[in-house]
Design a binder for this molecule. Sequence first.
Ligand SMILES: [Zn+2]
Length: 416
Amino acid sequence: MELITILNRCHRFRGFVYQHARFSADHKSIEVGVRPRKGSTAICSRCHQPARGYDELAERRFEFIPLWGFFVFLLYTMRRVDCRRCGAVVVEEVPWGDGKRTLTKAYMLFLARWARRLSWKETAAAFRTSWDKVFDAVEHVVTWGLEHRGLGQIDAIGVDEIQYAKGHKYLTLVYQIDPDITRLLWVGKERTIESFQGFFTAIGEEVTSKIAFVCSDMWEPYLKVIREKCSEALHILDRFHIVAKMNKALDEVRADETRRMRLAGLDPVLRKSRWLLLRREENLKDEQRFRLRDILRYNLKTVRAYLLKEVFQQLWDYQSAAWAGKFLDEWCRHTMRSRIEPMKKIARSLREHRELILNYFRAKKTISSGTVEGLNNKAKVTMRKSYGFRTFRVLELSLYHALGKLPDPESTHDFF
Ligand SMILES: [Zn+2]
């Protein structure tokens, strides 16, 4: 069986024929000649319609999927057309290629699918190609996917930020968090009003107007955009961010008190207590639990802050927004009298966002902000895989590729 026979079986295009397959001079690659079928018309790459031939350009090499350790190239002399529709001389469009990219579409899809399982660097190494070519492949597949994805009706979205480099470099990520589909919808630069507005511009007013639930943290620019764009939607404050804020406040109290006690020459009872206090009690081992009980006997600010945090957790068990509201008010009142400034700060913030927190109960907990948290964790894992260069474009592509559930370009054959 000849190579041409196999190619005709899996990578055949109307209007083109495979001529011959031969080794390159160094025997490292297989080169396959391609030419237009006699009498076939070239397609204008600008308007995608057949057009009159004009002249020919130099031969181009399109890299195909490697075979048994040999690189494979398709060699083709590109034609130019004199397109009356476009009123210009334009290079033809070939069905296996994408503009100026040097890889065939089939090879790009092949590499991009591997790049979902491996890091880009590993993918490049596995197929003896370069990181840049993997980048190209993913860019091609993601661009196609974004152009061809269906947004459908989006009921619920969650917005979150993610830090991707030191020095306050953030991305804004918007997810769809409907019960039947969760996916990344949008990656924006920074976490500003403009970046989040970019999402609404991208999806358009029609889709925006049907959004019923929005889940976010307390980041003011996000709150502002949601008020503006989704005034009809139920806005829910993200439960995990509230818990995270509370843990941060508690940690501040503990660090401060530990320092004071050391300066005063007191017993270092809080030494190594950090994780005991931040972890949920049910997640502690026996000896840790005994240590925690021991610490809780002291009348310390840290202990009082810890108890406030623990009591607060009960909020999420409520079924009705009214009762949850009563509990929240009571907790805030109590905390405001605690004379523990970091906790008071939280109480003030919770009071300020009271309605948004209670929306969690009004949404009958159907929209779980845990979904956002889960997606954001996946996004962090995606970013941690070594991508070579942590530029915005690389992260944007890798995130869409991993979490966007984008459709793949059509292919003549399932090569992967
Ligand atoms: Zn044209």
